[in-house]
Design a protein around this ligand. Sequence first.
Ligand code: M6R
Length: 367
Amino acid sequence: EKGGWSSFMAKEVAEQPEAVANTIRGRIQGDQVVIPELDGMDELFLGINRIIITACGTAAYSALVGKYAIEQWARIPVDVELAHEFRYRDPVIGDDTLVVSISQSGETMDTLMAVKYASERGARTLSICNTQGATIPRESDAVVYTHAGPEVAVASTKAFSAQITALLLLGLHMGRVRGTVQDASVDVAELGALPEKIAKVLESEQEHVTQLAGWMADTRSVLFLGRHVGFPIALEGALKLKEISYIHAEGFAAGELKHGPIALIEPGQPVFVLVPSPRHSALVHSKVVSNIQEIRARGARVIVVAEEGDAAVLPFADEVIRIPLAGAMFEPLLAVVPLQIFAMALATAKGLDVDQPRNLAKSVTVE
Ligand code: M6R
């Protein structure tokens, strides 16, 4: 039930600290990540040469974050494939390939078909799923459940955060098994601190972002830019907006700007820019700041999402949304929150039903 919330989406956005905490629970031992469900799979994790993560929609954006984390920690090449594209070509897969599927419902037909296809082709399959006993986990060799609780709103929010969390856990688990992560204590501490940091973003930015959305109710198009793990978050921010506020939105890798999208920038065009912490890489940070300058010079209305204390963005930003300091792989879980609130507030400002957007179903059970 909605309780006192205006919509299921509002309730589910607010439940993210809990969703993340519940997904982590029972999967930390000392300063290591140990996922008990994957007990007995060490040999597999040592033997594989390749991971393909397959999913659709928001789940596929969580997969993109997972790619960065798993490659960094477990040093296995990861490809992310939309399930419907993966299924209908002739992918190179075999018994050295692990196919990881991600699905909130566990019933998405496109994803289910991809999993079945991967099994037929000899791959091992692991599913990340939010629904106990659903079809996709039943068709997979192993399952890591996300514990976000039931998600009712069509727009996925807390399930997305739980999916990223599960992928971070998987990356650290495999990194431990493969010996590529020697000391996970810093990352384990980052995981533990996430729920509180997400709660902080919810508390400190809710009003600001809602107000911003109110001012922008007549906007016809919004762009989102990100780099590294900010790129999938830009895609997710754009999807949320399309889905529930019916506003044209696109997410880009910030580095692609000069390869085409910058031509879209005209005076007044709103652009969200996800700025990675300068503490992770001064170089990447400075590149994003130059991207901001480039679009600002062409009249864009720049809304930055940047960590507390990052002053480099101030001279070029029309609005600054702040997130707490976090490790590089953990930042997406904080940066996505204001984008969810923005989409929700804009849809509300337009008088739309945020839980039941037109033309969409919660679970897409047809191909
Ligand atoms: O249940 P699933 O996670 O398999 O669903 C996948 C997509 O259909 C889903 O994430 C969709 O994109 C959401 N409506 C996005 O908010």
